[in-house]
Design a protein around this ligand. Structure first.
Ligand code: MV4
Length: 496
C-alpha cells in the first residue's frame, strides 16, 4: 500500500498524473532536471525533488536518482508516465526490488513484450493473429526460405526494436542478402542486440490499437483508437472510435487484445497495437504503459484511465468491478508540438510569450506549458494535446476546428496549423485513412500559413482598424478593446 507517488516524468503527462493522484487522495512528488526548474509539473506537485543534470540520462533516466528521491520523500510508488523509463523492464524490476510499487505491469510482462520475436511466439500460442513471418533468423538461407514462402515485399525487423526503429523493407529476393546484413549490423549498433526477424510487409494498413485494463481477477477492453495519422512514427491525430471499425470488428479486436494481455500476466493499463489490412488484423506489439493518446478513450467511455492505473496499483478492482461502459460519441486528439511543419517538422525552440487555451463543451487541453516557459531541445517537443468530444465524427471535426482556431501559442512554431489543414481535407473527413496518409498528402504542408508572425501582424492591423472603426462610430468612448476579439486564424482569413 502507498500514499505517495513519485512521478518519474515531466510535461503534460506528469501534470495528468499529479491531478489523478489528487483526486485519489494521494500525495504527488515531482522530479526535475536543471532546465525544468520552473516547469509546470514542478509547481503543480505536492513536493518536488531536484535531480540536477541537463540531459535525460542525468535526470529522468537516472534510475539511482529516482529511487533515492522516492526513498527521501516516502514515496511508495513510482509512476513512469510514457517515454523515459516507462517500458524499461530493468527499471520496473529495480522498483519492485526496492519494495516499491511500479505503476505499470509486472517487469516480467514488460520484458516479454519488449522482445519482439518472443512476443510474437507467445501471441501465436495464445491464438492471437500475428503478421505471417519468421522467428529469430539465424542465417540468410533461413531468411530466404521464409521470405519465398510468404512472398515479397517483406520487412526485416530488429528483435529489440519497436516503435518504428530498426525496420527495413525488402522489395525483391535480389535485395535480401544486403538488407539482412545491414539490418543485423544496425540492430547490433542501435540495440546492442543483433537478432532480427521478418514479416510480410503490409501495404497501406491502418494502425488500430485496443485499450485494456487488467486487475488481479479480470482483463477488460475499452475499445479501439485509430492512430493512422502519423509521420515518422510520431502520431499527429488520434481518434476513438475508428471510422473503419464496426461493433463486430471491435469485439473481435477486443477479445484478441484481452487474450494477448492474459498471455503475459498483465496488470494495469496497456495497449495492444494492430495493423488492419482490409478486414484482416494482425498483432504488432503491446505498449505496456499509459499512452499519449489515452484521452480519446477517456472521452468516449468516461473512464479516467490514469486514476484506474493508480487504483489498480492500490489493489482495487478495475472500474470498481463494473463492466466496460459502451462508448458514446466521438473523440479526436491533435498533438500540438514545437515543430515547424514548414521546415519538415524541425523542432522549434523559444519562450512561450502568450498562451490562450480554448474551452467550451467537449473541449479538453492536456498541456505542459505556461507563459514564460522556455521550450528547448532537451526533451520531446510535445507541448500539449487538444482533445474534443462530440456526438459524432463530423461534429467532433467541427469542434476541433473551432478549438484549434481559438488556441494561441505565441513564441514558437507549432503543428497547430497543420492540424487545421488535415481537418479540412476530404480523405480525412471521409475517414479514408492509412499509415501513409501524411506522405500521400504533401499538399497539406502548403496549406499551412508560412509565418504565424504575419498572421499576428494581420490581426493587430485588423484590431487597429476595428478600433478606428469603432472610434469613428463613437462607440468606443466608454469601453476599451484589448487584444483580439476573434481568433487570429479567423480574422486573417483561411486562405493562406
Ligand atoms: C509493419 C508495417 C508493415 N508491415 N510491419 C512501425 C512501428 C512498429 N511498431 C511496426 N511498424 C510497422 N510494422 C509489417 N509487417 C508497417 C509499420 C509502420 C507503421 C505501423 C504503425 C504505425 C505507423 C507506421 C508507420 C510506418 C510503418
Amino acid at each position: 500500500m502507498f500514499d505517495t507517488v513519485l512521478i518519474a516524468n515531466r510535461g503534460e503527462i506528469a501534470l495528468r498524473v499529479i491531478r489523478a493522484c489528487r483526486e485519489e487522495g494521494l500525495r504527488s512528488v515531482a522530479v526535475y532536471s536543471s532546465p525544468d526548474q520552473e516547469a509546470p509539473h514542478v509547481l503543480a506537485a505536492d513536493q518536488a525533488v531536484a535531480l540536477g543534470g541537463t540531459t535525460p540520462a542525468e535526470s529522468y533516466l537516472s534510475e539511482g536518482l529516482l529511487l533515492k528521491a522516492a526513498a527521501d520523500t516516502g514515496a511508495g510508488a513510482i509512476h513512469p508516465g510514457y517515454g523515459f523509463l516507462a517500458e524499461s523492464a530493468k527499471f520496473a524490476r529495480s522498483v519492485e526490488d526496492a519494495n516499491l510499487t511500479f505503476i505499470g505491469p509486472p517487469s516480467a510482462a514488460i520484458e516479454e513484450m519488449g522482445d519482439k520475436p518472443r512476443a510474437r511466439a507467445r501471441m501465436v500460442t495464445a491464438g492471437v493473429p500475428v503478421v505471417p513471418g519468421s522467428g529469430e533468423l539465424s542465417s540468410i538461407a533461413s531468411a530466404r526460405e521464409v521470405a519465398e514462402e510468404i512472398g515479397f515485399p517483406i520487412m526485416i525487423k530488429a528483435a529489440g526494436g519497436g516503435g518504428g526503429k530498426g525496420m527495413h523493407v525488402v522489395q525483391n529476393p535480389a535485395d535480401l542478402k544486403a538488407a539482412f546484413e545491414r539490418a543485423q549490423r544496425e540492430a547490433e549498433g542501435a540495440f546492442g542486440d543483433g537478432r532480427i526477424y521478418l514479416e510480410r510487409f503490409l501495404l497501406r494498413p491502418r494502425h488500430i490499437e485496443i485499450q485494456i485494463l487488467a486487475d488481479e481477477n479480470r482483463i477488460l477492453h475499452l475499445g479501439e483508437r485509430e492512430c493512422s495519422i502519423q509521420r515518422r512514427h510520431q502520431k499527429l491525430i488520434e481518434e476513438a472510435p475508428s471510422p473503419c471499425v464496426d461493433e463486430v470488428l471491435r469485439e473481435r479486436l477486443g477479445a484478441v487484445a484481452v487474450q494477448a494481455a492474459e498471455a503475459v500476466g498483465y496488470l494495469g493499463a496497456g495497449t495492444v497495437e494492430f495493423l488492419l489490412e482490409g478486414s484482416d488484423f494482425f498483432f504488432l506489439e503491446m505498449n505496456t504503459r499509459i499512452q499519449v493518446e489515452h484521452p480519446v478513450t477517456e472521452m468516449i467511455t468516461g473512464v479516467d484511465l490514469v486514476r484506474e492505473q493508480l487504483r489498480i496499483a492500490l489493489g482495487y478492482p478495475a472500474l470498481n468491478g463494473l463492466d466496460a461502459p459502451s462508448p458514446r460519441g466521438h473523440a479526436l486528439e491533435c498533438r500540438i508540438s514545437a515543430e515547424d511543419p514548414q521546415k519538415d517538422f524541425l523542432p522549434s525552440v523559444g519562450r512561450v510569450e502568450s498562451l490562450e487555451i480554448p474551452t467550451g463543451p467537449g473541449i479538453r487541453w492536456d498541456g505542459g506549458i505556461r507563459v514564460g516557459f522556455e521550450v528547448g531541445l532537451h526533451y520531446d517537443p510535445l507541448l500539449g494535446k487538444l482533445i474534443v468530444h462530440a456526438e459524432n465524427r463530423a461534429q467532433a471535426i467541427e469542434r476541433m476546428r473551432v478549438a484549434l482556431e481559438e488556441l494561441w501559442i505565441d513564441g514558437l512554431a507549432t503543428t497547430q496549423a497543420y492540424h487545421l489543414s488535415v481537418l479540412g481535407e476530404e480523405d480525412f473527413q471521409a475517414g479514408a485513412l492509412s499509415i501513409e496518409y501524411v506522405q500521400e498528402h504533401p499538399e497539406l504542408l502548403r496549406l499551412v500559413p508560412p509565418d504565424l508572425q504575419k498572421v499576428a501582424i494581420a490581426t493587430a492591423v485588423l484590431c487597429e482598424n476595428h478600433l478606428d472603426h469603432e472610434a469613428s462610430l463613437g462607440v468606443s468612448d466608454n469601453k476599451k478593446v484589448v487584444g483580439r476579439q476573434l481568433s487570429p486564424w479567423v480574422q486573417a482569413g483561411r486562405e493562406w
